[in-house]
Write a protein that binds this ligand. Structure first.
Ligand SMILES: [Zn+2]
Length: 429
């Protein structure tokens, strides 16, 4: 007896037509035909069944604040930062909680069930931390939310930056954040990384740094982050988010840097939507893309996962809690258009992110947690192309969201009566 059986599923590894049996919160069998009854059955009709999506880099304290207190007219990073500065004193815990919960509702419908959010700790009132801790608790039945103590205005640069970060960790935030390129000097940035890695080692916490989010080829905090990681024995528990300066660095220097990052087992988190939108702004033409070296980092064995970063906030008016939109952009910006490239991008949105976030029991195989998503697409390549509707979202063996397929009706003489974009245009294989 199963709690739920998903029939006729296509799996992310390309196998087609399997039944997946869920019981006791686990995937207990995956076979061609399960001859058993279940509390509930869902026929996937040859659609892709995937483990849930993970977003390892987001800002849930800012999301859905678009238009408060006014719009970002220029659309630049700098106006975004000053806008956030205007909004921050006006924030209330209730409004933060409400917006975050509304975002999580949308995330669930998109099959996004694991989120790491940075939480701005610059305002010593720390209502951002208070609010997000409450949200972490309230969404626990359906979303695993990890919280990074993030000194947005600088660990040293903000008057109480260092103190507030430690207080936020005392309150129960999970991860140590930082922003070395925003400190007053390169030297302050370097010192901030020394301090932050020491704090993480002492408290036994992971690290996730907004690192070198500039076009400056000489911004080299990632080198310090890698070396501090090794010095404190934090290998595999440290993430370098953005790393956009690597786009502009000298090739010879990068040939030394990437092995150093591999030695430190740095988790690399590019944010393709935001990087392509905000970097290269000082260039005329040619204009740089500002995306870190995804293909080369993957080839060197580094764990690369992608973040959404923002949705409808002072920095980015767009976004839709859809990690496939992020992967779609990654394919274009990193120019990873080959079949194996795209499969790697899909892994970056799922298994690689799960590794970055240190998730236990994640995946679509027997013994893993009974969390999965059914998409209106035949396979992972089609999912990346279509960003399709999530027909079913399952957490712990229970259905937590359901959406009807997108079907277009046609009223054209001699043409079909309807179109299913996820089924009627599957390429020949
Ligand atoms: Zn960010």
């Amino acid at each position: 007896m199963f709690d739920l059986i998903i029939r006729n599923a296509n799996l992310p590894d390309g196998r087609a037509g399997f039944d997946i049996g869920l019981a006791g919160g686990r995937i207990v069998t995956i076979e061609k035909r399960i001859d058993a009854t279940a509390g509930e059955t869902f026929d996937a009709t040859g659609r892709l069944v995937s483990p849930p999506f993970c977003d390892p880099h987001f800002h849930m304290d800012a999301t859905l604040s678009l238009g408060l207190p006014r719009m970002n007219v220029s659309g630049t990073l700098l106006e975004g930062i000053s806008l956030w500065g205007e909004l921050r004193p006006l924030l209330t815990k209730e409004a933060l909680v409400e917006r975050a919960l509304r975002y999580c509702d949308l995330a669930v419908t998109q099959g996004l069930l694991f989120i790491r959010s940075h939480v701005d700790t610059s305002d010593p009132r720390l209502i951002t931390a208070e609010a997000l801790i409450e949200v972490r608790e309230r969404v626990k039945p359906y979303i695993e939310l990890q919280l990074v103590a993030f000194p947005q205005d600088g660990y040293y640069r903000a008057a109480e930056g260092a103190k507030s970060l430690e207080r936020a960790l005392d309150m129960g935030l999970d991860i140590v954040g930082g922003i070395p390129h925003f400190e007053r000097t390169m030297e302050d940035g370097r010192r901030s990384l020394e301090a932050l890695c020491r704090i993480a080692a002492e408290r036994g916490l992971p690290v996730d740094i907004h690192c070198d989010e500039t076009d400056d080829p000489m911004s080299r905090h990632i080198e310090t982050l890698a070396s501090e990681t090794v010095r404190h024995g934090l290998q595999g528990r440290v993430a370098g988010s953005h790393l956009t300066s690597m786009h502009s660095m000298d090739n010879y220097y990068v040939s030394k840097l990437i092995p150093l990052m591999a030695e430190a087992e740095i988790n690399v988190i590019p944010n393709p939507l935001i990087n392509i939108m905000l970097q290269g702004r000082h260039d005329t033409y040619p204009k740089r893309r500002g995306m870190t070296r995804v293909r080369e980092l993957m080839a060197a064995g580094l764990n690369v996962s992608f973040g959404q970063d923002c949705m409808m906030d002072p920095w980015y008016a767009m976004g839709s809690a859809d990690m496939l939109e992020v992967g779609h952009m990654a394919i274009h910006v990193a120019q990873m258009a080959g079949i194996d490239d795209k499969k790697r991008i899909y892994e970056a949105l799922t298994v690689n992110s799960a590794k970055t976030m240190g998730l236990e029991g994640y995946g679509l195989s027997v013994g893993c947690k009974a969390d999965l998503v059914v998409l209106q697409a035949a396979d992972v390549l089609e999912a990346l192309r279509l960003k399709p509707t999530r027909l079913l979202v399952v957490k712990g063996g229970k259905i937590i969201s359901r959406s009807g397929p997108r079907i277009g009706e046609l009223f054209l003489e001699g043409r079909p009566a309807s179109i299913d974009p996820g089924r009627d245009y599957v390429p020949h294989s």
